[in-house]
Design a protein around this ligand. Structure first.
Ligand code: 0XW
Ligand code: MG
Length: 368
């Protein structure tokens, strides 16, 4: 088979629930949806949507500009040859992993449809049928943080990610203590500052919460700060934004720095690259999540598909943005929170999603 046409669509995914991080609040990100058609008429879908311009060094408009180079470069590629596809994209353009990821994901979906198999099976098969997930509690007051944590736990969520940073740390400490009073035994609490604290602030917070069972997710901005911090705190350190590619992941594992990772499919370049990172993390017994920054059912299905292939012991969960924007692409099959897990789409081969012709409106760009 060969890729014969690529269509690009956009969908706005406005946050309908408070979602404040240390460096930004999520407003109305514009998602980029990619439709890849091959010579047999099969259609695969990919997606990428960044949460805010501050969250990572990329921008949603820039992704569509990168596709002006990447999409023409992969016309004629065999969608089932992911190694060749990624090599072709890397020869066409350095970096820009987000646009590459969306094309890569679309080809995994397409490959599943050609082979009449799920992406989960193409990735090696499910080790989790009910895929673990976690839920974010945005930056707010201690009462809000405690009440939201209780609400989520009542819905079966046992993995809470409390956002922090970007304000005086005594306010973060107050929220952490408020949550610690309501978190249930067996629940997992991560404090994610999205690079918001200095090393000194992170040490201060860790000491002020020394008797609270929590992990520090991306507490500081740079790898060197995390290396210094790791020597001085007892709480586990989870690396997110610094895990920019497999070499960074391997380096931080070799340093003994990472007690786990918060990984983003599109930051790492898609399912092909994430499969390699998954294998490295499982081989080194390093827990990881399978997330993305924002997005709809397509990127969620890709995150959940990869998440399903993780040994549950090393799964930090597959995060999906749906609860925060509540936009359906596939109302029946889209990944949804259920009893503390996230559902795997069952709509058919590939990512398991079903779309109506023309569902995403007129394409903003077509390459053929
Ligand atoms: C919670 N996430 C997966 C979604 C937000 O965009 C940020 C990210 C994180 O863990 O930092
Ligand atoms: Mg994070």
């Amino acid at each position: 088979m060969a890729i014969t046409e690529i269509r690009i669509y956009t969908v706005e995914l406005a946050a309908k629930q408070l979602y404040n991080m240390s460096n930004s609040a999520v407003a109305t990100p514009t998602s980029t949806i990619i439709e890849v058609i091959d010579s047999s008429g099969h259609v695969g879908y990919g997606e990428v949507c960044l949460a805010s311009p501050q969250y990572q060094p990329a921008h949603n408009d820039g992704i569509r500009t990168s596709l002006e180079i990447l999409a023409p470069a992969v016309l004629g590629c065999d969608p089932e040859c992911e190694t060749v596809l990624n090599a072709t994209m890397n020869q066409a353009m350095d970096g820009h992993t987000e646009g590459k990821a969306a094309l890569d994901i679309a080809c995994w979906d397409l490959s599943g449809k050609i082979a009449n198999r799920s992406v989960v099976d193409l990735l090696g098969g499910a080790l989790q049928q009910d895929v673990a997930t976690y839920h974010v509690v945005g930056i707010g007051t201690p009462d809000y943080a405690a009440a939201e944590t209780e609400r989520l736990q009542n819905e079966g969520i046992t993995r809470i990610q409390l956002k922090a940073g970007g304000r005086p740390i005594h306010q973060d400490i107050a929220c952490i203590h408020a949550v610690s009073k309501v978190i249930q035994p067996g629940s997992d609490l991560a404090i994610d500052t999205n690079r918001g604290w200095t090393t000194a602030e992170a040490i201060h917070v860790s000491n002020a919460c020394a008797n609270i069972n929590l992990s520090l997710e991306q507490p500081c901005a740079t790898e060197n700060e995390l290396i210094q911090l790791k020597k001085q705190v007892n709480h586990p350190v989870i690396v997110d934004e610094n895990s920019t590619d497999i070499t960074a992941v391997a380096r931080m594992i070799s340093y003994g720095l990472a007690d786990g990772f918060g990984l983003k499919l599109t930051r790492l370049g898609g399912l092909t690259n994430m499969r390699a990172v998954r294998d490295l993390c499982m081989a080194t017994r390093t827990p990881m999540s399978t997330d993305d920054a924002w997005g709809g059912d397509i990127i969620a299905a890709a995150c959940v598909a990869l998440g399903a292939t993780l040994d549950p012991h090393f799964s930090r969960g597959a995060w999906i943005a749906h609860p925060y924007h509540q936009t359906h692409y596939d109302e029946e099959n889209g990944p949804r929170l259920k009893n503390g897990f996230v559902t795997l789409p069952q709509g058919g081969p590939g990512l398991g999603l079903v779309f109506e012709p023309g569902q995403f409106g007129e394409p903003v760009a077509v390459y053929h």
